[in-house]
Design a protein around this ligand. Sequence first.
Ligand code: DC
Length: 222
Amino acid sequence: MEYYQIAIDGPSGSGKSTLAKGVAAKLGILYLDTGAMYRACGLKALKLGISTKDAEAVEKMMKDIKIDITHEDGTQHVMLDGEDVSEEIRMLEVSAAASDVSAIPCVREAMVDLQRKISEGKNVILDGRDIGSKVFPDAKYKFFLIADAEERARRRLAELQAKGVTDTTFEDVLKDIRYRDHQDTTRASSPLVKVEDAVEIDTTHITIDEMIDTVLFRVNED
Ligand code: DC
């Protein structure tokens, strides 16, 4: 049997994870949030007090890291060295750390290997920055999400507030989004790019259901 992948790429806060989760539930396929893996690497560096920009120190750290992804009732859990860090990795300071370490080639190699391994032998929808360009360049379906930076910051702030975070401002989130947009698109190793065969969806003014329907329409066409 031939398995397929659905690649969802785009900048932070463009709606990738909401879309991917919704599509996975409708199609009954696996959803893999690849950003969570880079977040776990960033979190480990923060915990160890390693500079997230110090490629040599991060490379050393990567020799002794264990990241496992588990799924319970469709919800992804991220285990870092045996500890469930699914909540902790969502904090704002971890976002920038994840973006920093994700520019380091050995981190990318390890995460891409893990993503391919987890996806083996199943239909899967993955969200990230390099899914359609690097992880699964032959993915059957590719989408690239975009949205205004301010709208993306509003969404991220709402997510943080829903988790009980009260000391983060809109400006903090917007600054993080701009920092990561720049870094994630300009890094040398697998930068965020829209590949030619990806379908672009501007999510600024559309609802989640409309996003999901756009993807399902394409998949159901076949
Ligand atoms: O999707 P996210 O915001 O949780 O991702 C956190 C960071 O991880 C993001 O700023 C860049 C990096 N990342 C990446 O380089 N490649 C991916 N496939 C996913 C995330």
